[in-house]
Design a protein around this ligand. Structure first.
Ligand SMILES: NC(=O)c1ccc[n+]([C@@H]2O[C@H](COP(=O)([O-])OP(=O)(O)OC[C@H]3O[C@@H](n4cnc5c(N)ncnc54)[C@H](O)[C@@H]3O)[C@@H](O)[C@H]2O)c1
Ligand SMILES: [Zn+2]
Length: 376
C-alpha cells in the first residue's frame, strides 16, 4: 500500500496519506497510532448516502480500537456547504462533549471534507481531524492540502481556513460506488494535475484512462499508484506554498492548480451551478486554456492535441456549445481570483510547464475566439 508523508512548513505539521484497497477497515488502528491512548472519542461527519455505504465499516473499525463514535450526517450537495450547516455540525460536537484531545473524521466527497475540515479548524480553535475521501476528486485533490471552508450566497469557498489533516485514508474501493458523472469529473481533475505537473504524471494518467471501460481498473494496483502519484504531486506543491502566496507566479506556486478553473468557474456560474459537475466544467476549462495557450504562441499544436485527447478519455461532458461567449467573459471578470483588477490565467508552455499570465496581457478578441473554438 503506498504511503506518503506530507510536510508543511508553517506549522511543522506532518501527516501520512495511506492509499489502498479495503483499508477503511484499518481506520481505527491508524487513528490510534496517530492519536495515542488518551484519545477517547472520534466524531464522524458524513452524509446519508456515503454513510449508508461505508459508515458501518468505519464505525466498527474505530470502535474495535476503543473509540466512542458519535456521528452526524449533513445533507448532500454543494448548497449545504454553508455556514448554517457548519453551525449544526459545531453544535453536534459541543452537545457530544467533544474535547480538544478528541478528533473528527470527515468521510465523503469534497463537500463533506471542506465543511468538516472547517468545523475541525474552528471548534475549540482547532481539533485534530482525519480525511476519508470517497470521491475521485477528493482523493486526488481536495483531501490533501488543508484548504477547508464553506460557501456564502455570494460565492463559493469565501469563508474558510487552512487546517491540515492529521491523516488521510484513501480507500480506492469506495470509487466503485461513485455515479459515472462523478468519476468523469474526478478524471478531468487528474488531467488538470497531469497537465501542470509533468509529462510523466500526464502519461501515467492517460494510460490508465485508456482502460477505464472496465470497472476493475478502479480497484487495480495501477489505480492505487496513480492516486498516490497525484497525492504526491499535490502534496509537493502544498508543502512549498501552503497558503497560496498571492505574490508568487512561478511554476511551482499553488496557484497553478487553478489550471482550467478560470473558464470552469465561469461555466458553472453562467449555468447557475446546475448543468455541470465542477470537474466537468474544468474539463471544458482545460480545453479553453489549452487553446488560448496555443493562440498566444505558448503551446505547440501537438501538445494541445495531447490535452484534447486526455480530456476526451475522461468521458462525456455536458455540452457547452450553446453558451454565450460574452456572458462567459463577464463571469470571468467577476472571478474572485482577480488580482489588481486583472485575472491571473494559468496557461501552458508545454505539458508539465504551467505559466501564470496576467489577464491584461490577453486580448479580449483572442480570448473570445479561444472560447468559441474550444467549447463543444
Ligand atoms: N479543499 C480543497 O482544496 C478543494 C479542492 C477541490 C475541490 N474542493 C471542493 O470539493 C467539492 C466537490 O467535491 P466532490 O466533487 O467530491 O463532490 P461531493 O462531495 O458533492 O460528492 C459528489 C457526490 O458523490 C456522492 N458520493 C461521495 N462518495 C461516494 C461514493 N463513494 N459512492 C457513491 N456516492 C458517493 C456524494 O454524496 C455526492 O452526492 C466542492 O465544494 C469544491 O469546492 C475543495
Ligand atoms: Zn477543481
Amino acid at each position: 500500500m503506498p504511503r506518503l508523508q506530507v510536510r508543511t512548513k508553517t506549522r511543522q505539521h506532518e501527516y501520512k496519506i495511506a492509499i489502498g484497497r479495503g483499508i477503511l477497515s484499518g481506520a481505527g488502528k491508524a487513528a490510534r497510532e496517530r492519536f495515542g491512548s488518551p484519545s477517547q472519542r472520534i466524531a464522524v461527519i458524513s452524509n446519508r448516502k456515503v454513510f449508508s455505504l461505508y459508515g458501518p465499516v468505519l464505525l466498527r473499525s474505530l470502535q474495535s480500537s476503543g473509540f466512542a463514535t458519535p456521528h452526524w450526517l449533513m445533507r448532500d450537495g454543494e448548497r449545504y456547504k454553508s455556514i448554517q450547516t457548519a453551525e449544526e455540525a459545531l453544535n453536534f460536537l459541543s452537545k457530544n462533549g467533544i474535547e480538544r484531545g478528541d478528533a473528527l473524521i470527515a468521510m465523503g466527497g469534497g463537500v463533506v471534507g471542506d465543511l468538516a475540515g472547517f468545523v475541525a479548524a474552528t471548534y475549540l480553535r482547532g481539533i485534530p481531524f482525519i480525511q476519508v475521501p470517497t470521491t475521485l476528486l477528493a482523493q486526488i485533490d481536495s483531501s490533501v492540502g488543508g484548504k477547508t471552508g464553506v460557501n456564502l450566497p455570494t460565492g463559493k469557498n469565501l469563508v474558510g481556513c487552512f487546517h491540515q489533516p492529521d491523516a488521510v485514508i484513501v480507500d480506492i474501493e469506495t470509487l466503485t460506488t461513485l455515479p459515472p458523472r462523478e468519476l468523469v469529473a474526478g478524471w478531468c481533475e487528474t488531467i488538470k494535475q497531469g497537465a501542470v505537473g509533468s509529462m510523466e504524471l500526464f502519461n501515467q494518467t492517460t494510460a490508465l484512462l485508456g482502460k477505464i471501460d472496465s470497472r476493475n481498473v478502479l480497484i487495480s494496483s495501477k489505480m492505487e499508484k496513480l492516486v498516490a502519484a497525484h497525492c504526491a504531486f499535490k502534496a509537493s506543491i502544498v508543502a512549498a506554498d501552503e497558503r497560496e502566496n498571492v505574490a508568487r507566479r512561478d511554476r511551482r506556486s499553488r496557484r497553478i492548480l487553478n489550471f482550467g478553473h478560470t473558464i470552469g468557474h465561469a461555466l458553472e456560474a453562467v449555468t447557475s451551478y446546475r448543468r455541470f459537475r465542477h470537474g466537468e466544467a474544468v474539463g471544458h476549462g482545460i480545453l479553453v486554456a489549452g487553446e488560448l495557450s496555443k493562440n498566444m504562441g505558448l503551446l505547440d499544436e501537438s501538445e494541445l492535441e495531447l490535452l484534447r485527447h486526455g480530456v476526451s478519455l475522461c468521458g462525456p461532458l455536458p455540452s457547452a456549445k450553446d453558451l454565450d461567449e460574452t456572458a462567459i467573459l463577464n463571469a470571468i471578470a467577476r472571478d474572485k481570483k482577480r488580482a489588481r483588477g486583472y485575472i491571473q490565467w494559468v496557461l501552458l508552455e508545454g505539458i508539465g510547464q504551467p505559466t501564470i499570465v496576467d489577464g491584461k496581457e490577453i486580448g479580449q478578441n483572442l480570448l473570445k475566439q479561444s472560447v468559441r473554438n474550444s467549447l463543444r
